[in-house]
Write a protein that binds this ligand. Structure first.
Ligand code: NAI
Length: 331
């Protein structure tokens, strides 16, 4: 039995986590969940949104599956996600976006992956008030982090039979910061002659992605552009309910859906657990539990393809529990 940290999160987090627990039970997966709580839910009890025991649990187990947590906009506590990524040095965010059987989308054959630098850029949290009418935020880009994420993207491309890495920037305007990001990507690209390398400006990429997403393969982006573009990519394959992700570091990896805590549908049994299940499949593959990963993927895709038990976001009228039961029946 392998112990894995499961963070239940806020909003729809506990509902989709319950779905994972039930489905993993049906799969007879050799996994023991170390259930941890983080986010707005625990703030009142613990006085922090990210108790030390959660970090200790991930450091001990090395692998975590995380449901989303709420982060208030513009005030209050620091984001759990940003803190987790920093504390555990989860420097790479990996978000594959491909067409899923049974989910109607505008484009077929989308199969791209966003590789996002996860620790710096405008997310470094270096902000200050100059006066009541002026605020400043620092866009921090370093050679070491940019080289590390470029290495990750090319290595991923090699190991996953990908053909092209496209580095994304706004280096025409942010000449020093995005300029350095590109310089590092170019240096790393020289070492990977089997992988094509090209570059695109972020504004052009957004236009290209909504017109012709099938021509992109691996996208390499600094933190902020990566955050935005991975949501855009989620929209191409059926929305946030089906978008998977992972945050990977040298020692630990945290797998999580792209979506947030969806407070608008919290506690209504309406959430789609597909994104967290796809993230769990990525996790199973990462820890080499390939057979169980395939079993889960087959049951999930068969349920989606059959289309009888889809959640509301996918145009169906099933609840989270009904969708979960349908997957369990397939297993
Ligand atoms: P959101 O992703 O929570 O919701 C956007 C829209 O998508 C909502 O209409 C929601 O109902 C829908 N949606 C999202 N996931 C769904 C699912 N699994 N099934 C069905 N519908 C789904 O984004 P929003 O509203 O911007 O953020 C809400 C909170 O989540 C904020 O506090 C934000 O900071 C936090 N957040 C947390 C993340 C994380 O923990 N990794 C990531 C993104 C946001």
């Amino acid at each position: 039995m392998r112990e894995i940290t499961l963070i239940k999160g806020d909003g729809i987090g506990p509902e989709i986590s319950e779905s994972v627990i039930e489905i993993f039970g049906a799969l007879k997966a050799p996994i023991k969940w170390d259930i941890q709580e983080a986010g707005a839910n625990v703030f009142e009890k613990e006085g922090t949104v990210l108790p030390q025991k959660v970090l200790d649990s991930i450091k001990r187990n090395k692998i975590a599956l995380k449901a989303p947590v709420t982060t208030p906009i513009g005030y209050g506590f620091k984001s759990v996600n940003v803190t987790l990524r920093k504390e555990l040095n989860l420097y790479a965010s990996l978000r594959p976006a491909y067409n899923i059987p049974g989910i109607k989308t505008k484009f077929d054959n989308v199969n791209l992956v966003t590789v996002r630098e996860n620790t710096e850029d405008l997310y470094a949290g270096i902000e200050r008030k100059i006066d009541d009418n002026t605020m400043e935020s620092i866009k921090l880009i370093t050679r070491s982090a940019s080289t590390k994420i470029a290495e990750f993207a090319f290595d991923y491309a090699m190991k996953n039979n990908r053909k092209t890495v496209t580095a994304v920037s706004k280096a025409n305007i942010c000449k020093l910061t995005d300029g350095l990001f590109l310089e590092c990507a170019r240096e790393v690209a020289k070492k990977y002659s089997q992988i094509n390398y090209n570059e695109i400006l972020i504004d052009n990429l957004c236009m290209q992605l909504v017109q012709n997403p099938t021509k992109y393969d691996v996208l390499l982006l600094p933190n902020l552009y990566g955050d935005i573009v991975s949501d855009l990519a989620a929209g191409l394959i059926g929305g946030l309910g089906v978008a998977q992700g992972a945050n990977i570091g040298t020692d630990c990896a945290v797998f999580e859906p792209v979506h947030g805590s969806a407070p608008d549908i919290q506690g209504q049994n309406k959430a789609n657990p597909t994104a967290i299940l796809l993230s769990a499949i990525m996790m199973l593959e990462y820890i080499n539990e390939k057979e169980i990963a395939t079993k889960l993927r087959n049951a999930l895709f068969a349920t989606l393809q059959e289309g009888k038990h889809l959640t509301i976001d996918l145009g169906g009228n099933s609840t989270t529990s009904q969708f979960t039961q349908a997957i369990i029946e397939k297993i």
